[in-house]
Design a protein around this ligand. Structure first.
Ligand SMILES: NC(=O)c1ccc[n+]([C@@H]2O[C@H](COP(=O)([O-])OP(=O)(O)OC[C@H]3O[C@@H](n4cnc5c(N)ncnc54)[C@H](O)[C@@H]3O)[C@@H](O)[C@H]2O)c1
Length: 348
């Protein structure tokens, strides 16, 4: 498939217009368009602009709120709960991480639990904010049923990413570990299916539980966790922290953003920020020592270099900012159709 590169600001402006047209305040529309485009810039295309129409559809079908009234309740100087009033996940998660950062800067640590939210996209969006403020951060979310608990044959827990970030000595290259608990992010299957592409065996099973390399059958079927019971255990943990703890839906009740329009998804998240230099004033220098030592280790066969989590995305970001974001023809067509259906004139 031939991808065409687009200047990211052009796509971002278009997506802002789209979100404004469906009723979001401009400030919130800008948060959403930034989030989607930022994901593509970092190479995380499965959670980027390809999902614009998915989020819009939830607003248009009135199962998400374009103008939520966020309600925050403080339980202590470091603990708060945010009710997202069924707004888009990007808007709610941005407010939550901002509050967690504020509390961490003031009191050393901040925790914000969120209920009544929606899919918040790439978790790294919020880690990037935290590390800029010299915070170490952990982010949890639950998600719609996709993975079975170990030993089961039915999708039940989410592909919920495990997400941790901290600053390093290089401002533009933070340590960001942001990984789905499935063997592959579910969005990658969806878009493989859309394009009729094959996927490697071992990532998912079809509805009957047979191994499949068909993206569509996999998306409709059962995703497999990474590392067997370990990934399955982490996705269960996400349902406890993101769902049971926060008051959001849990236990297989979070609605799928793409296919279930029967009501609000009620996703839950937790954002934890800690001042990274609280114990060691030279945290960033210690990070540099750790990274440099790891990078000098003997290379495994087939490897030219050792990267730390977050580094591949930092490299992609630099490249895409310079050359433009590569977008596949089906996603360009989807964006064009969406814009035109809303009466927005565009030339792409
Ligand atoms: N909101 C949700 O419900 C939800 C659910 C699932 C996934 N997601 C998002 O999907 C995105 C993609 O997830 P994924 O699991 O496909 O990510 P991935 O497999 O592309 O990357 C996972 C991690 O591995 C690191 N990595 C990659 N190559 C590396 C290398 N050569 N050396 C060292 N580290 C390396 C990356 O920096 C990243 O931190 C994430 O941003 C995640 O937040 C969101």
């Amino acid at each position: 498939m031939k991808f065409k590169r687009f200047k990211h600001s052009i796509i971002q402006n278009l997506i802002t217009k789209i979100f404004v047209k469906i009723g979001l305040p401009t400030k919130d529309a800008k948060i959403c368009s930034y989030s989607l485009v930022r994901s593509d810039l970092r190479g995380v295309w499965s959670h980027g602009i390809a999902r614009t129409s998915i989020y819009c559809k939830r607003i248009i079908k009135k199962v998400a709120n374009p103008k939520p009234k966020l309600k925050i309740k403080f339980f202590s100087q470091s603990i708060a709960h945010l009710n997202g009033n069924n707004g888009l996940g990007f808007v709610i998660a941005n407010r939550a991480i901002d509050e967690a950062i504020k509390m961490a800067k003031k009191n050393g640590i901040g925790l914000v639990a969120v209920s009544n939210s929606n899919h918040f996209g790439m978790a790294a969006l919020y880690l990037e904010k935290a590390v800029k403020h010299n915070c170490m951060s952990w982010i949890f979310t639950n998600a719609s049923p996709a993975l079975p608990p170990h030993g089961a044959m039915a999708p039940h827990f989410g592909t919920s990413p495990f997400a941790f970030g901290c600053p390093t000595n290089k401002k533009d290259v933070p340590f960001i570990l942001d990984m789905a608990t499935s063997s592959v992010a579910r969005g990658k299957l969806k878009f493989a299916a859309q394009r009729g592409e094959k996927i490697p065996y071992g990532l998912a099973l079809d509805k009957q539980g047979n191994p499949t390399n068909d993206g569509f059958k996999a998306f409709e079927g059962i995703m497999l966790p990474f590392g067997g019971m370990k990934g399955a255990g982490l996705s269960w943990m996400m349902d406890i922290v993101g769902g049971i703890f926060t008051g959001a839906n849990f236990n297989g009740k979070v609605k799928n953003a793409i296919s279930n329009f029967s009501g609000p998804a009620n996703v839950g998240h937790v954002f934890i920020c800690v001042k990274s230099n609280i114990f060691q004033k030279n945290f960033n220098q210690r990070m540099m020592q750790g990274i440099q030592t790891a990078k000098r280790l003997k290379l495994a066969k087939g490897f030219k270099t050792i990267l730390h989590p977050g580094e591949p995305e930092a490299i992609k970001l630099k490249e895409n900012l310079k050359k433009g974001i590569p977008i596949s023809p089906d996603i360009v067509a989807d964006l064009k159709n969406l814009a035109q259906s809303l009466g927005i004139k565009i030339k792409l």
